[in-house]
Unconditional design. Structure first.
Length: 113
């Protein structure tokens, strides 16, 4: 007998993936807000879809903000601002400028607490 494990790949569709039978997920924002995904999965498993949806909306707000500054650079900046220096992006990607860093601080960091 073969057991298949299915992972969802889009952070902003994690709850939808669970509802379609995904066993878990793989995503870039898991690096700094894994607890939100654990909560979504736990709430989904407990049948608390309302809370799972509310947490998914928080995740989606972060993803939307990241898209405005560039997901790769944005993730590295979030990690840096939360005390985890993972270095800079390799070419051809550029680090965020001061204005973008301030945008991350204002529009993403508050969602992490």
């Amino acid at each position: 007998m073969h057991i298949k494990i299915v992972y969802n790949g889009y952070d902003e569709m994690f709850l939808s993936g669970l509802s379609m039978g995904a066993d878990g997920g793989i995503g870039s924002t898991y690096n700094f807000m894994a607890e939100k995904f654990v909560k979504i999965k736990d709430c989904f498993a407990a049948g608390d879809l309302k809370t799972a949806y509310e947490v998914q909306k928080e995740v989606n707000a972060v993803v939307e903000a990241l898209m405005k500054v560039g997901v790769l650079a944005g993730v590295k900046e979030v990690l840096r601002q939360t005390g985890i220096d993972v270095g800079v992006l390799r070419a051809p990607f550029a680090p965020l400028d001061k204005k973008q860093q301030e945008y991350v601080a204002k529009n993403i960091i508050p969602y992490l607490s």
